[in-house]
Design a protein around this ligand. Structure first.
Ligand code: UDP
Length: 249
């Protein structure tokens, strides 16, 4: 991989990255394909923390809505535990290809993961370990997007990389509107004005308030995690810079 453009990054990967398209649960083939990309990045100088989602197993809000018995807080805790399951799968996949990792969990579970301790997390990063951050924020009613934004600030990351299955942020739904264009750069303000979907609102506002750039990109294209960390202009960068629409691919 070419020289990284960032010193320290926080990569958010959603739960759906852990399963096959349209399915749920964990597909180790999918996890391994992410691991191969991460391996390439881990051998460069960049410090990498990864926040895992849990939507492939359970999302608290949805689960609470369809259950008469489970109270919303419990459902959200179940969602956070789902992210720990994903983190453990990612850890073994990464370690199997020679990447040193640590899992840190926002909910204490000493038997399987370290607790999240900011200074220890940074120390691992400085030593070149990939730190997988599990259990979101440890508090119910938010999502792992919020965890990504908060942890990025806490560990002083240069950027939040939001891996998705689309190529970036579009002016409209590219599936429904053939004239939709992808932005290469867009400002926080424009995202709000145009009501575009980047991250959940709480996470987005946190990034905006602290001028933390977010890059939305397609992690499914092999090598894209490395490309984005190398500073290649892929996906959409959300920052203070105003829009510059690219032709949709
Ligand atoms: N969750 C939570 N607090 C957090 C992070 C996550 O309560 O700080 C719960 C929430 O119910 C969420 C679920 O964990 O729906 C799984 O996370 P998320 O939906 O963000 O996963 P993703 O959509 O990224 O796969």
């Amino acid at each position: 991989m070419t020289k990284p453009a960032y010193r320290r990054v926080l990569l958010k990967i959603s739960g759906e990255s852990f399963c096959r398209e349209g399915e749920s649960g964990i597909s180790m083939a999918e996890v391994s394909s992410i691991s191969e990309q991460v391996k390439e990045v881990a051998s460069s100088d960049v410090e990498l923390a990864i926040v895992c989602g849990g939507g492939n197993i359970l999302r608290g809000k949805q689960f609470a809505e369809v259950s008469d018995t489970i109270i919303p807080s419990t459902a959200h805790y179940m969602g956070m535990l789902a992210t720990v399951i994903n983190a453990l799968a990612l850890q073994d996949a990464l370690e199997s290809v020679g990447v040193a990792t640590r899992v840190q969990s926002a909910i204490r579970m000493e038997g399987v993961a370290e607790p999240f301790i900011r200074r220890r997390c940074i120390r691992h990063l400085e030593k070149g370990r990939v730190v997988i951050l599990a259990a979101g924020t440890g508090s119910p009613f938010v999502t792992t997007d919020t965890a990504a934004a908060l942890r990025a600030r806490e560990i002083d990351a240069d950027v939040v990389l939001k891996g998705t299955k689309v190529d970036g942020v579009y002016s409209d739904d590219p599936v429904k509107n053939p004239h939709a264009v992808r932005y290469t750069d867009i400002s926080y303000q424009e995202v709000i004005e145009q009501d575009l979907q980047v991250m959940d609102a709480q996470a987005f506002h946190h990034c905006m308030e602290h001028k933390l750039p977010i890059i939305v990109f397609n992690y499914k294209k092999v090598g894209n995690i490395g490309r984005v960390i190398a500073g290649e202009k892929i996906g959409t960068r959300v920052s203070g810079v105003r829009s510059d629409a690219a032709e949709s691919e």
